[in-house]
Structures are given as structure tokens and as C-alpha cells.
Design a protein around this ligand. Structure first.
Ligand SMILES: [Zn+2]
Length: 178
């Protein structure tokens, strides 16, 4: 950030009184512009033994496969974000089950959260941000063409749980690729 979004003056990077991290501070109007992690919310949409994946029509990772997911908006709940993203990216309607995974991605300042959900019908199809949308059985999941490590991590847990006969709740962190 270079300019104050409140008054337009150039901002300074400094540690405000009583704080312990540098922030963008406006010397003109004294607004402190906090920057915090963004939430990415998605869904494992299930139809019998298959799940819905979307092939990305946008960067980053254009052409790779992902679970329907995207940035949470102000004014919505986590569950609403999961339903909205599943509808926007895959034109798919789901009934959400339990929250399934929460993965911190600190090097990009994001937290990714996935629900499990039951696909309500087969009328899905690619939204604006998807090239194609399809149901995949476990044997057909394109592991080497998944867009993000939060997706592969979540799906590894998912198939592990399914084999074990019970779905858990998984938390963890994704570290920078070496
Ligand atoms: Zn200002």
C-alpha cells in the first residue's frame, strides 16, 4: 500500500503505539491500515462415490483442476461462501455437511477451508472461472494436475478417511514449496 484509502495521503510503514508489527499508517488522518489473511472457502461436492472438480479458466494455475473454492466476501458466513463458490464455479447446488479441513498457508497470507457437501442434482457445468467441471472417482483424480496443495492435501485426507470408514476434521499448514 502506498496511499491512504481514507484520505489519499502517502502512508508510512511503522509500528503503531501499543502494537508490535509494522503497519501502513496514514500520517495525515492517522488511520492504521491493517492487513490480515484472506479466507478461501470451498467444497468437496459428492455424488455417490465421485466428487466434483473444476478445471481452472483463470490464472494462477490455468488449466489445472481444483475443488470449487474462492475468496470469502464481506458480509457472508463461511457456509454461505462455500455454497456461493460451488454455485459460481460449477453451477452446482449442494447441501453442506460438516466442515472438513482448515489449512493455513502463511507464506501467501491465506487460510483455506473446505466443507463436504452432497450434490443435489447433476445439472452442474462450468461457471465463468472454469473450463470444465466433472465428477471423478478416486481412481481418476488427476493428482498431478491439481492446482493447489491445499486441494491435494484435503483430498488425501478425504480418501484416507473414506477408506477408514469415517470422515474426520483436519487442520494443518502448507509450507512453501522447496
Ligand atoms: Zn489518511
Amino acid at each position: 500500500m502506498r496511499f491512504c484509502s481514507n484520505c489519499g495521503a502517502p502512508v508510512e510503514l511503522r509500528v503503531p503505539a501499543g502494537d508490535n508489527l509494522p503497519r501502513h499508517v496514514c500520517p495525515a488522518c492517522e488511520t492504521i491500515h491493517y492487513q490480515n489473511p484472506k479466507m478461501v472457502i470451498g467444497c468437496i461436492a459428492e455424488w455417490e462415490d465421485r466428487i466434483l472438480l473444476c478445471r481452472r479458466a483463470i490464472e494462477p494455475r490455468h488449466g489445472l483442476w481444483t475443488l470449487p473454492a474462492g475468496f470469502m466476501e464481506n458480509g457472508e458466513t463461511v457456509a454461505q461462501a462455500a455454497l456461493r463458490e460451488t454455485l459460481e464455479e460449477a453451477n452446482a447446488r449442494v447441501e453442506l455437511a460438516a466442515m472438513y479441513s482448515v489449512l493455513s498457508v502463511p507464506h501467501v497470507n491465506q487460510v483455506h477451508i473446505f466443507y463436504r457437501g452432497r450434490l443435489l442434482d447433476l445439472g452442474f457445468g462450468p461457471g465463468e472461472e472454469s473450463l470444465e467441471v466433472a465428477l471423478f472417482a478416486e481412481a481418476d483424480v488427476p493428482w498431478k494436475e491439481l492446482a493447489f496443495r491445499t486441494i491435494s492435501t484435503t483430498l488425501r485426507h478425504y480418501y484416507g478417511d473414506r477408506k477408514a470408514g469415517a470422515y474426520g476434521f483436519h487442520t494443518g499448514e502448507i509450507l512453501p514449496a522447496r
